[in-house]
Design a protein around this ligand. Structure first.
Ligand code: 13P
Length: 282
C-alpha cells in the first residue's frame, strides 16, 4: 500500500531502526526496491529525485509506484528526493507523492526557512509529509547528486531547533560528515553533532549519502535519531557492473538485461535493509 512517510518514520524513530530511501528512476529500480521490501517485509521509500525528471514525469512515477506497490501488504512511500524548485514540489504533491523533500540547503538560512514553511503549510493541508535539509553535504566519488567543488557544511544544532520549530517540518536531513557518492576514505562522522541535534529536536532525522557506510556507522547513527537513510550510488554502480559483465559474456536480449538489473537493485537494497533494521525492537 502507498503511505505518507510520517507514520513509517515515526515508528522507526521510536523503535530504533531506520527506513531505507532508495532512488528510483526507471522500471527496474522501482521493481527492485519494491521486491526487496516485499521479500523482507519491511517498509521502503521510493525516492524520485528532481534530476530524474528527464527519465520520467512525476505522474508516471506515481502511476508506476501505485501499479507495482499499491496492492502490496507492506507500506511503500513515494517520496520526492532533493528538490530545490518549489513548482516541482507542488506538482509532486498534486501528482500523489506521499512525501516531499524541499531542499533549500544552498539558500541563506532565512530563505530556506521561509520556503520550507510554505511547503509545510501546503503539503500538510494535503496530507503530505515534508523533509528539509540544513547544512550541506560534499560529493564523494561517482556522485550523481553533487559536484566535486561542494564544500561540506555541518548542521548547526541550535539553528536546526529554530528551523524545525518555525517550519513544522516532519523530518530533517542533517550534515554530519556523510557525502553523496562513494567514500574515498573512511568517513569522519560527527556523532557529537548528531547527538546535540537529537537532544534538541524530537523528530526523525535523515542521513543522506548512505552508499558505502559500514554497518556499525549506520547503527550508531540510528541510535541517535536517524530514522531514514538514503542510498543511491551503490545500487547504480552494482547494477551497471553486473550489466557490463553480462554484456561481456554474451549479447543478451534486452528483457534479460532488465531482469538482471532488477536482481542487482534488489540485492543491494536488501543488504541495506538488513543493516537498517538489525536493531529493531519487536
Ligand atoms: P548516495 O548516492 O551516497 O547513496 O546518497 C544517496 C542520497 O543521499 C540520495 O538523496
Amino acid at each position: 500500500m502507498l503511505v505518507n512517510f510520517r507514520n513509517i518514520l515515526n515508528e522507526a524513530y521510536h523503535n530504533n531502526y531506520a527506513i531505507g530511501s532508495f532512488n528510483v528512476y526507471n522500471y527496474e529500480t522501482f521493481k527492485g526496491v519494491i521486491e526487496a521490501g516485499t521479500e523482507t517485509g519491511v517498509p521502503v521509500m521510493l525516492a524520485f529525485g528532481e534530476k530524474y525528471l528527464k527519465n520520467m514525469t512525476l505522474e508516471t512515477a506515481y502511476t508506476l509506484a501505485r501499479s507495482l506497490g499499491g496492492e502490496l501488504p507492506i507500506p511503500i512511500s513515494l517520496h520526492l528526493d532533493h528538490c530545490s524548485d518549489l513548482n516541482t514540489v507542488f506538482r509532486a504533491i498534486r501528482a500523489g507523492f506521499g512525501s516531499v523533500m524541499y531542499d533549500g540547503s544552498a539558500l541563506p538560512f532565512e530563505e530556506n526557512l521561509k520556503n520550507t514553511k510554505l511547503v509545510c503549510q501546503i503539503a500538510h493541508a494535503c496530507g503530505v509529509s515534508v523533509e528539509a535539509e540544513l547544512g550541506c553535504l560534499a560529493a564523494g566519488e561517482h556522485s550523481h547528486e553533487g559536484l566535486a567543488s561542494d564544500v561540506e557544511v555541518y548542521t548547526e544544532p541550535e539553528l536546526a531547533k529554530r528551523f524545525v520549530e518555525a517550519t513544522q517540518v516532519d523530518a530533517l536531513a542533517v550534515s554530519i560528515g556523510t557525502v553523496h557518492g562513494m567514500y574515498k576514505i573512511k568517513p569522519n562522522l560527527r556523532i557529537d553533532i548528531l547527538e546535540k541535534i537529537q537532544k534538541l529536536l524530537k523528530i526523525p532525522l535523515v542521513l543522506h549519502g548512505g552508499s558505502g557506510l559500514a554497518e556499525q556507522e549506520i547503527l550508531s547513527c540510528i541510535d541517535r535519531g536517524i530514522a531514514k537513510i538514503n542510498v543511491n550510488t551503490e545500487i547504480s554502480l552494482y547494477a551497471v557492473e553486473k550489466t557490463a559483465n553480462l554484456l561481456a559474456e554474451k549479447k543478451p536480449h534486452l528483457s534479460e538485461v532488465s531482469l538482471s538489473q532488477i536482481d542487482s537493485v534488489r540485492s543491494i537494497v536488501k543488504k541495506y535493509i538488513a543493516f537498517f533494521s538489525s536493531q529493531k525492537s519487536t
